[in-house]
Design a protein around this ligand. Structure first.
Ligand code: UD1
Ligand code: UDP
Length: 352
């Protein structure tokens, strides 16, 4: 069958890396890159390092307001869907590229499969929450990563077509960890040793677009006095400059890094401070304590079993967690068995 996959943002390239090559063993896949992320270190580096098949189409939509960005994607996607006539459209996660990919298919009565369905923050102000809810409700096949995601869908009356396959990002870490150990020399490059630094990422709109929240985060990192490595998302770089915020000498700012360097940094960090969805999960996979600088998380299991502490953007809560948070319990298996990609293939085969 012909599967048309839509990706556009960094975490979607990583998720597709875990699934595309498996689907291609048995099916024709057409890969569309919307161009939502376009800098080399936000896009091309992942295709090169992770051997993701080259996109058949790059829409080069770029940045913009939500309506403008999503609308432009819809216009271009529709032309391709009409030409390619896929049997199924596959989308990942919760970005504007996810929503555009799914909505365009739904309007043309093409079935949609959503990987990472059912996640909820219950914060409707998040663009990601809007994208997820809308995408889930127009998808025929919903691949959920956790039992919580399955319950969330049930609470919204969505039970048909729901399959708990585990998390594709777990597949990706298991698959690329060895390659990262072989290829990444990021620690030598930055002159740090294992376990002597805290890894941080910040990019969530609710943090960057609010001067007070971003200021609190930067000041908490400065005041922690810990060595902090911060690969900076371009969105955050822009707002830090606009607000005139200053990082302390204890903070090493890097450009956003590729996935192999990123998982090496995660493997060697003492703790991880993040507002990223993917990085919260990867902290768990690497057995690292995670401090989440948000008011809520979708990955509630990591909090419930004590490996993730949600601290919001209160300065003292962040510094206390950086200095003192230690998980007290053993990890449990909450993200499946690392074979989500194969399960996705088998389920698609059983339906079509
Ligand atoms: C998007 C997703 C978010 C996801 C994140 C992954 C939406 C609504 N948000 O957020 O869910 O967690 O990707 O990283 O889809 N920029 C560049 N170069 C790039 C890409 C972006 O400079 O290659 C800058 C631009 O100033 C742009 C800003 O970053 O305006 C935000 O980019 P955008 O794709 O709109 O949202 P993200 O914050 O990346
Ligand atoms: N990541 C990366 N380089 C970086 C920061 C993150 O490769 O500089 C990877 C990270 O390991 C994870 C994914 O990007 O696999 C998470 O994406 P992001 O934080 O941008 O988005 P989210 O998961 O919050 O949607």
């Amino acid at each position: 069958m012909k599967i048309l996959t839509v990706v556009g943002a960094r975490p979607q390239f990583i998720k597709a890396a875990a699934v595309s090559n498996i689907l291609r063993k048995e099916h024709e896949e057409i890969l569309i890159h919307t161009g939502q992320h376009y800098d080399k270190n936000m896009s091309n580096i992942f295709f090169e390092e992770l051997q993701i098949p080259k996109p058949d189409y790059n829409l080069e939509i770029g940045s913009g307001n939500h309506g403008e960005q999503t609308g432009k994607m819809l216009i271009e996607l529709e032309k391709i869907y009409l030409k390619e006539k896929p049997d199924l459209v596959l989308v990942y996660g919760d970005t504007n590229s996810t929503l555009a990919g799914a909505l365009c298919a739904s309007k043309l009565l093409i079935p949609v499969a959503h990987v990472e369905a059912g996640l909820r923050s219950f914060n409707n102000a998040m663009p990601e929450e809007q994208n997820r809810i809308l995408t889930d409700h127009i998808s025929e096949i919903l691949f959920v990563p956790t039992t919580t995601a399955e319950k969330n869908l049930k609470n919204e009356g969505v039970t048909k077509g729901v399959h708990n396959v585990g998390d594709v990002m777990f597949d990706a870490v298991l698959h690329f960890k060895k390659l990262s150990q072989e290829k990444s020399n990021i620690l030598e490059k930055i002159g740090l040793k294992s376990d002597e630094f805290i890894l941080t990422t910040i990019h969530r709109a609710e943090n960057t677009n609010d001067k007070n929240r971003l200021k609190n985060i930067v000041e908490a990192l400065n005041e922690s006095g810990e060595k902090i490595v911060l690969p900076l998302h371009p969105r955050t770089k822009k707002y830090v400059e606009d607000y005139g915020l200053k990082f302390g000498k204890n903070i090493m700012i890097l450009e956003a890094v590729g996935y192999l360097d990123m998982i090496s940094l995660e493997m060697h960090a003492k703790k991880i401070v993040t507002d990223s969805g993917g990085v919260q999960k990867e902290a768990f996979f690497m057995g690292k304590p995670c401090i989440t600088i948000r008011d809520e998380t979708e990955w509630v299991e990591t909090v419930e079993i004590g490996w993730n502490k949600v601290v919001g953007t209160d300065k003292k809560k962040i510094t206390d967690a950086i200095l003192f948070f230690e998980p007290k319990s053993e990890q449990q298996n909450i993200f499946g068995d690392g074979k989500a990609g194969e399960k996705i293939l088998n389920i698609i085969n059983s339906i079509f």
